[in-house]
Design a protein around this ligand. Structure first.
Ligand code: HEC
Length: 111
């Protein structure tokens, strides 16, 4: 009986931890996603790239770019597209350092 109660109690603690932890985690992720989407829109990345089902096909689909490329590669590609591919038609990223970081974090999370 005591054991059952203890188990129930533990389960409750665990559940409340999961549900309480969630609201702290989700807004942070959602914020990065929203900000990154706004930057993608502003910088017109979808003119050349499909991202999550939408966009062009001049460059590779970026929907799961995080499985192929790490943050370091993506950052370098955004800042100096021609350093990795001299014929690249991709323009170098123009924006603030914080926009760049958000974009890199978002793209490398796409898996
Ligand atoms: C004018 C077309 C064009 C635009 C605009 C463009 N890209 Fe690209 N991008 C390319 C092409 C083409 C490649 C692949 C060839 C190369 O390496 O340059 C590429 C490659 C990439 C890669 C490497 C993907 C991989 O799997 O290696 C990333 C990441 C990337 N682009 C992100 C972006 C982001 C983010 C934006 C918006 C800020 C953007 N691109 C805007 C044409 C474009």
């Amino acid at each position: 009986m005591t054991l059952l109660r203890t188990r129930g109690c533990l389960a409750l603690i665990l559940l409340s931890f999961i549900f309480h932890a969630d609201p702290f985690v989700r807004p942070a992720l959602a914020e990065t996603e929203n900000t990154a989407e706004a930057i993608i829109e502003k910088r017109k990345c979808r003119r050349c790239h499909t991202i999550l089902g939408e966009g062009g096909a001049v460059g590779p689909d970026l929907s799961v770019v995080g499985t192929r490329r790490d943050a370091e590669f993506i950052k370098k590609k955004l800042l100096h597209p021609k350093s990795l591919q001299p014929q690249s038609p991709m323009p170098p990223f123009r924006g603030t350092e914080s926009e760049l970081e958000t974009l890199v974090a978002y793209l490398s999370s796409l898996k």
